[in-house]
Design a protein around this ligand. Structure first.
Ligand SMILES: C[S@@+](CC[C@H](N)C(=O)[O-])C[C@H]1O[C@@H](n2cnc3c(N)ncnc32)[C@H](O)[C@@H]1O
Length: 291
């Protein structure tokens, strides 16, 4: 087992293959831990053949439509993520000093800076984002898929997983993701989980419960818009990429409807202590069922 210690735009909806919708309204692999018996292995390992096939398809789909995208947009994405969400901040600041926990799907690690009296092991599938998260000393940052976390069972006091589980492309994979977050917790250890909501009538996206739940959401990196000059202009006339054009990437999301997060947590062996809606997201605080 090797820990790798380094540590928007306005749109319209259109159907694409498999019923997925591209929303055009607004705005890594690398060093993945191998499975090992000492480490938490979700019931994923014992799944049936048909479920296994669906899991593999989901994995391939997410590689292309989630992981490759985050890997490419990591630096720009990170530059837009620095403000902690209030409920997450409150949760982290309410923990007893010396608590040790997880940030699963940590992105650039913005939550590592919130409470200097706790220690966190942060993980993300994107090695480019982990390279940024690793700058938050003294915390640990490792590259790991949420379904392959290398942690021992019953080891951690708490976990957060903010805006990650909605990137898993089937209900089985989302339930397994929640199970992966809960399994490393000691009895009574709490996990705070956030997912993007389908009900976003008041946001610029305007989704409601009538809309598709499986969507592709664009991430736009704006080009400079300045006219190209000299050598670059000549090269571009030869057909090379225009460096001053906008680049648009699409990420897959499953938008959660009211009650769905609580249902996934229950199916993953968790008990919801508290749940709610904040800024276009559903959130829940959960513990594992007593063994
Ligand atoms: C919307 S970002 C949220 C990042 C961070 N939690 C935050 O609140 O700023 C989603 C993150 O989930 C990560 N991610 C998506 N699918 C994942 C998976 N299967 N395993 C681990 N991380 C994943 C992405 O690389 C990305 O960093």
């Amino acid at each position: 087992m090797r820990y790798v210690r380094h540590d928007r735009y306005d749109l319209t909806l259109r159907k694409v293959g498999g019923g997925v919708v591209v929303s055009e309204k607004s705005t890594s692999d690398g060093n993945l831990p191998k499975r090992g018996s000492k480490f938490v292995r979700s019931s994923y390992a014992n799944r049936s053949k048909s479920m296994s096939a669906r899991m593999e398809q989901g994995e391939q789909y997410e590689r292309e439509h989630v992981h490759d995208v985050y890997e490419q947009i990591a630096s720009h994405f990170s530059s837009t993520r620095y403000r902690p969400w209030p409920i997450v901040e409150r949760f982290l600041k309410s923990l007893p000093d010396g608590s040790v926990g997880l940030d699963v799907g940590c992105g650039n690690g913005k939550y590592l800076a919130v409470n200097s009296d706790i220690f966190m092991v942060a993980s993300d599938r994107s090695s480019n984002l982990i390279a940024i998260a690793a700058q938050h000393e003294p915390h640990s940052a490792i590259v790991s898929d949420i379904l392959e976390l290398p942690h021992h069972r019953e080891s951690f006091d708490f976990a957060i997983s903010i805006a990650v589980v909605h990137h898993l492309s089937t209900v089985e994979r989302r339930v397994e993701a929640v199970r992966s977050i809960l399994e490393p917790l000691r009895q009574g250890g709490q996990a705070l989980i956030y997912v993007w909501a389908l009900e976003q009538e008041s946001s610029r996206r305007g989704w409601s419960e009538k809309d598709e739940q499986d969507v592709m959401v664009p991430w736009v990196i704006r080009g400079s818009k300045k006219p190209l000059k000299g050598v670059r202009a000549a090269r571009d006339a030869d057909g090379a990429t225009h460096e001053n054009e906008d680049k648009v990437f699409h990420r897959y999301y499953h938008l959660y409807s009211k009650g769905e997060l609580e249902r996934d947590i229950g199916n993953a062996g968790g008990v919801v202590l508290e749940s709610g809606y904040e800024k276009d997201n559903w959130w829940a605080i959960a513990v594992k069922h007593a063994a």
